[in-house]
Write a protein that binds this ligand. Structure first.
Ligand SMILES: [Fe+2]
Ligand SMILES: [Fe+2]
Length: 356
């Protein structure tokens, strides 16, 4: 039996509680893959913009943060702490799901052979090879509009971009990216690094809304109650992350940070309160941070505040993998990696709920 290859303790546990079914295994393996991807990208954010050795800004406003940390602190004075915390959470998600798979006699996911991408060389980066690329992103910002809209993608609604962010970096690539035109509103940051931090803010939201919908969609296919406990438990943490980044991104498109323009990248961030890019203005109102009630299940039912999308078509594993790929997150990755991820996604979506 393949189980003989696993550590003794894992074999015993798998025999006691039974092996995972094929569908639940495929779901958890895709989720482990998604968590390894999240852990890799968040680690890059944490190395450059996390709290590091710094105290929170409100404890020591005079410390030497790098300009990226300063720019992130402009979006929330606790921003660097939140970035470090989100990173620790993702690492814990990946480690837990992999260990759980093993404990139920299933194979964990290991992507170390795909950690081949050179990351940032800016001061603070560990320089290790990465699974993901944060330096050439097409950030889908439609989530910012979707969650302020009363319509639902699962019922056919589509949403424009809140702001166009194509081919952009979300982290300082080299130390040169720490420098830019000074701006009295941005304190120790500057227009260039603030634009990079604002890209990151919209990317944080894009990643975590995707995780929120992915877990809620996968939960509908799970068979084993213990696996459902895992998908609901970890999925809830993804939603907790998402909420902070909704607020965070909104702070990049209102005073005192916005409006500003970075002459180096050409990116502009308007003040969404006073110069909303969409009508009605509520579609981009930065202070609407909770999911606005929308149609759900049927247009004949009352509007309700929910996570959305919740269907395979938009937030299943295949859809999630496709949107990560389209975002440029794997620019430079091998065809083998993309194929591996897509096959895992296909297998997860093929799972159906069984009565155990
Ligand atoms: Fe996660
Ligand atoms: Fe997450």
């Amino acid at each position: 039996m393949g189980a003989g290859l696993l550590a003794n303790g894992a074999v015993v546990r798998a025999e006691e509680r039974g092996r995972l079914g094929a569908g639940d295994t495929a779901i958890l393996r895709f989720l482990a893959a998604a968590e390894l991807i999240e852990a890799d990208l968040w680690t890059q954010y944490a190395e450059l913009g996390g709290i590091g050795n710094n105290l929170p800004v409100e404890v020591n406003p005079n410390q030497q943060m790098n300009p990226y940390q300063a720019a992130l602190s402009n979006l929330d004075t606790d921003g660097p702490q939140y970035i470090t915390s989100n990173t620790l959470d993702e690492v814990s998600h990946a480690n837990f799901i992999n260990a759980y798979l093993e404990s139920r006699g299933a194979e964990p996911v290991n992507f170390s052979e795909f950690e081949t991408l050179k990351g940032s060389t800016a001061t603070g980066s560990s320089g290790k090879l990465r699974l993901t690329n944060l330096m050439n992103l097409n950030v889908d910002t439609s989530w910012f509009v979707r969650y302020r809209s009363a319509t639902n993608p699962d019922l056919g609604a589509t949403f424009p971009q809140a702001i166009t962010l194509n081919g952009v970096t979300a982290i300082p690539r080299t130390d040169a990216d720490f420098n830019g035109a000074s701006n009295a509103n941005l304190g120790k940051a500057n227009d260039h690094i603030q634009a990079i931090a604002n890209v990151a803010a919209f990317h944080f939201g894009a990643i975590e809304q995707g995780g929120s919908s992915l877990y809620a969609t996968m939960s509908q296919k799970v068979s084993d109650p213990e696996v459902l406990q895992i998908t609901l438990g970890i999925g809830g943490d993804e939603i907790a992350h998402f909420l902070e980044w909704v607020d965070f991104a909104g702070n990049g498109v209102q005073q005192p940070v916005a409006p500003f323009k970075d002459a180096i990248s050409g990116l502009s961030f308007p003040d969404f309160f006073n110069n909303p890019p969409l009508q009605p203005p509520t579609l981009v109102q930065p202070s609407l941070i909770f999911p606005v009630p929308c149609e759900f299940i049927s247009p004949n039912l009352p509007h309700v505040s929910i996570i959305r999308p919740l269907t395979d078509k938009f937030s299943g594993a295949v859809a999630s993998a496709a949107s990560l790929i389209a975002s440029g997150l794997f620019t430079g990755q091998s065809r083998k990696f993309l194929n591996t991820l897509q096959i895992m996604a296909f297998e997860a979506d093929a799972a159906i709920r069984l009565a155990l």
